[in-house]
Ligand binder design. Structure first.
Ligand SMILES: Cc1cc2nc3c(=O)[nH]c(=O)nc-3n(C[C@H](O)[C@H](O)[C@H](O)COP(=O)(O)OP(=O)(O)OC[C@H]3O[C@@H](n4cnc5c(N)ncnc54)[C@H](O)[C@@H]3O)c2cc1C
Length: 383
């Protein structure tokens, strides 16, 4: 086998180096990870440690102060894999810098890009994306937030719900109706009329707020991209970042399996190691198999997305479904293997169990993604 064939299914050096960098960062927050993962506001120390690495620059193109020429889905994915294994809070903080700012990177006015994006890249400004509303989740086209051009300004009214980084963000990329279409508009958090409230606590604490916009006025250049074309920027964001959720899910699942293996190796029942008892070895081996399967698809989809995110959205979507469903199965089996120690409050496995659950809901729920994949499959008629 030639050298290039041997490397066919290996990550190129650039990504291996990023993995090493991300692993070092993840390990550096180990002492504060539990505290940060219980917090519903951005942890100052986690932010500082991420900032010190410069890794957030991966979420912004280099012409605006980021690390690589373009935002690279595979780079984001391998980093998230390492971060999510140690600290969900850190993973979310890293990923949202890209998810909240990508529309601006590809469609903003030069002045807005030059002002905000270097700050996003070095974590001086926190980004957020506001799509969801109290009565609107998967069916985004039903959203009611309004954007109107009045006297040379944009006036925004609406209520965004479950917004990651809400309350702590420096700006919100908000999707709203404008005329017959939908526009994306950048709203600095300190604009008069912007308020936040935290009515929800979820099972895996997360920096989440509702963002209320009441007669919020911003200059016209705060519209990101063309009037009425906001959905295409949201789609571009999903196409670039959806696969990175799969990376986070693989990392989380692997961390759960490690916990289960450690526990099974260290405990005896009926005079034998738990790791050799009944169906336990089968559970462990099946988890390992599931994780490797999910990782292979995730890396392949992320590499395809890095080449052409829109053309390969079907692969990113499959990876997101596959890896998050695997994470759900793996944490459940890991908890079972660990018995009562798997459901002890404050334990690492309990945290992983809770953090795996929302992954199957946000950035396209499993069912919604499968529905659109099925439509594409039937329409195209070929595999
Ligand atoms: C931790 C977390 C962070 C989030 N961060 C953000 C954020 O930063 N910005 C933001 O805008 N939103 C955010 N959200 C909201 C998230 O995007 C929504 O939860 C998601 O879009 C699903 O909407 P919903 O929860 O209203 O579920 P619904 O849309 O009400 O769906 C409920 C159930 O019905 C199923 N369903 C819905 N439609 C279909 C269909 N057509 N076919 C088959 N099944 C269907 C779904 O799969 C799901 O099981 C976040 C959510 C969470 C949990």
């Amino acid at each position: 086998m030639s050298e290039s064939e041997q490397g066919l299914f290996e990550l190129p050096r650039k990504y291996l180096e990023l993995q090493v960098e991300a692993r070092a960062l993840a390990e550096s927050v180990r002492d504060i990870a539990a505290r940060a993962d219980e917090s519903d506001g951005i942890d100052v120390d986690v932010r500082k440690r991420l900032q010190a690495t410069g890794l957030a620059g991966v979420t912004v193109p280099s012409r605006f102060g980021g690390r690589f020429e373009e935002v690279d889905s595979l780079a984001v994915t391998v980093i998230r894999e390492r971060l999510a294994a140690e600290c969900g809070h850190l993973d979310s903080l890293f990923a949202m810098q890209g998810i909240g700012s990508y529309g601006l990177s590809v469609g903003g006015t030069p002045a807005m890009q030059e002002y905000w994006l270097p700050r996003v890249a070095n974590l001086d400004a926190i980004a957020a994306l506001g799509l969801t509303e109290p009565d609107v989740g998967s069916d985004l086209k039903a959203l009611t937030t309004s954007i109107e051009e009045v006297d040379g300004e944009l006036v925004v009214n609406g209520h965004k719900s479950f917004i990651t980084n809400g309350g702590d963000a420096d700006f919100y990329s908000i999707l709203g109706r404008e005329g017959e279409g939908y526009s994306l508009v950048l709203i600095p958090a300190d604009t008069p009329g912007v308020t936040t409230e935290r009515p929800h606590q979820i099972i895996a604490p997360h920096v989440l707020s509702d963002v209320i916009l009441k007669d919020v006025r911003v200059p016209l250049d705060h519209r990101i991209g063309q009037q009425g074309k906001g959905f295409s920027l949201v789609l571009a964001t999903l196409a670039t970042f959806r696969v990175s959720v799969a990376g986070a899910a693989v990392g989380l699942a692997e961390a759960a399996l490690k916990e289960a293996v450690r526990h099974a190796n260290g405990r005896e029942q009926f005079g034998v190691s738990l790791s050799r008892l009944g169906s336990v070895p089968e559970h462990l081996a099946m988890c390992w198999t599931d994780i490797e399967m999910a990782r292979s698809l995730t890396y392949r989809a992320a590499a395809a997305s890095a080449r052409d995110a829109r053309a390969n959205l079907h692969l990113s979507s499959m990876a997101k479904v596959a890896a998050t469903e695997v994470a759900g199965r793996v944490v459940d089996r890991a908890v079972q293997v660990m018995g009562r120690y798997g459901i002890t409050r404050g334990s690492n496995i309990e945290r992983l169990y809770r953090e795996a659950r929302p992954m199957r809901i946000y950035e396209g729920s499993t069912e919604v993604i499968l529905d659109s994949l099925a439509k594409q499959l039937v329409k195209d008629g070929t595999l």
